[in-house]
Design a protein around this ligand. Structure first.
Ligand SMILES: C[S@@+](CC[C@H](N)C(=O)[O-])C[C@H]1O[C@@H](n2cnc3c(N)ncnc32)[C@H](O)[C@@H]1O
Length: 433
């Protein structure tokens, strides 16, 4: 039997006649960043370990003109999605070496295989983050709930589609008659009742003027005002007004398993569960659910019993319907930390946001909207204990520094708490390297 032949490098001529290098070259995949992230985090230290940790974290990605002459064309239609996958390179890993077994912070020093973790140090330093898409503007996208640092090279953007990307949907769908008949269609629920979730209400500050919740100029119709004609796919006219409804809901409803308010994303927080997503999922159980086109939906307040996870190996934690994660992913070695601010730190923060003259000139937040939001972002970062296992165990008495937006934070950790001591303007500007 012949083995797989190793691909040989080839050059191909495009219709326009220019010769482009073949993508398929031995051990060398050609990639070119589509852009470099402008992020509120300037250093690895203190950057959330997963996007779910800090919903106020914000970033902007501009598609490079060297990728597309008209970057805005490449983003057409993306505004209709609430979340996007961002594929990027951990360019600040330092060196290229990686180990087969790593020590994720949640294992508190114990080792596990690199591929069972989200460690940045992997054979190909590729990161994957599910971020909330705040808005698309020209050739740029604005994100929140991110865990990447400023200057991160981004390789790709893909829309998050629950029907494809959430195991609970995949597993439920596998028994779906429609799917077997190749007729599976994502169910959609209208968000056109004028209500928005927390995430929609958040807008990027410092980037531009506030944007409407719906980025189409046309005001979306209320679902009950819709004609059946309206209901027959007008996706191209809606922007973020359609939300994919997990297929399992419909099935649960059909089975008399009503929807719940305690629904959780299908995988643990370290995987994909930005707060917004969770929120959307929970909010999907309100009256908007009742407007699911062509589907029987439960009345408000009814309880849902989650279908049991298909299999829960010993020592694993149920990550929600249709997915299983090891227990350590959910059982953090340390409890969530209480976060305190000294009066001095509070004063610093006030000064920082007041735009007073500082040693780095006029201070004003670029990504965060207010001192209150900066405080909440700092709290979110610290309550998740951003220290490495090494720091946590061997450098307990050391000060810890990190930067969010223009705030350079100095803090220390005690038993079960983190205390912010100083908040100074971050020196140096954000440079894309
Ligand atoms: C644990 S990784 C997870 C990233 C992504 N959500 C994933 O699962 O692939 C997140 C951490 O990577 C680090 N990081 C973020 N951007 C980076 C970059 N460009 N280069 C190196 N490390 C980075 C930060 O310390 C952050 O806390």
């Amino acid at each position: 039997m012949r083995g797989l032949e190793e691909p040989k490098p080839r050059a191909t001529a495009t219709p326009c006649g220019c010769v482009k290098p073949a993508l398929e070259t031995v051990g060398n995949l050609l990639t070119e960043p589509i852009g470099y992230l402008e992020s509120c985090f300037s250093t690895k230290n203190g950057t959330p370990r997963q996007p779910s940790i800090c919903s106020h974290s914000r970033a902007c990605l501009r598609i490079r003109k060297s990728i597309f002459n008209n970057p805005e064309h490449s983003l057409m239609g993306l505004e209709q999605f609430s979340h996007v996958w961002i594929l990027f390179v951990f360019h600040k890993n330092g060196h290229l070496s990686c180990k087969a077994k790593v020590q994720p912070p949640r294992l508190n020093g114990a080792k596990t295989g690199v591929f069972s973790t989200r460690s940045p140090h992997r054979p190909n330093a590729i990161g994957l983050t599910l971020a909330k898409l705040e808005k698309v503007e020209g050739g740029a996208i604005y994100l929140s709930g991110i865990d990447m640092i400023h200057g991160t090279p981004v390789l790709d953007i893909k829309p998050y589609i629950a029907d494809y990307d959430s195991p609970q949907n995949l597993m439920e769908s596998s028994g779906d008659v429609n799917l077997q008949n190749n007729q599976h269609k994502p169910k959609t629920v209208s968000w056109s009742d004028g209500k928005t979730n927390n995430c929609d209400q958040r807008q990027l500050s410092g980037f531009n003027e506030p944007h409407p919740h719906h980025s189409t100029k046309e005001k979306p119709k209320r679902s009950e005002d819709r004609t059946s004609e309206d209901n027959s796919v007008k996706h191209s006219n809606t922007a973020k007004t359609q939300c994919t409804l997990p297929t399992h809901r419909d099935r649960a409803v059909g089975l008399g398993l009503a929807s719940s308010s305690d629904e959780r994303p299908s995988v643990a927080e370290e995987h994909i569960s930005p707060h917004c997503l969770e929120k959307s999922s929970v909010e999907g159980t309100d009256e908007r659910l009742r407007s699911v086109e062509g589907a029987v939906v439960p009345p408000e307040g009814s309880a849902e019993t989650q279908p049991a996870a298909p299999h829960s190996p010993a020592g694993t934690a149920d990550g929600g319907p249709g997915s299983v994660v090891p227990a350590w992913v959910r059982q953090a070695p340390v409890a969530t930390l209480e976060v305190r601010f000294t009066p001095h730190a509070e004063m610093d923060l006030g000064q920082l946001s007041s735009g007073g003259e500082t040693d780095v000139g006029q201070a004003s937040f670029k990504y965060l909207r207010s001192a209150e939001e900066a405080k909440r972002a700092i709290e979110a970062v610290l309550s998740a204990d951003p220290r490495s296992v090494y720091r946590r165990k061997l450098c307990q008495d050391r000060l810890f520094y990190f930067t969010v937006d223009i705030a350079h934070v100095t803090c220390w950790f005690g038993d079960g708490f983190a205390e912010v001591l100083r908040i100074k303007p971050a020196s140096g500007s954000f440079q894309v390297t």
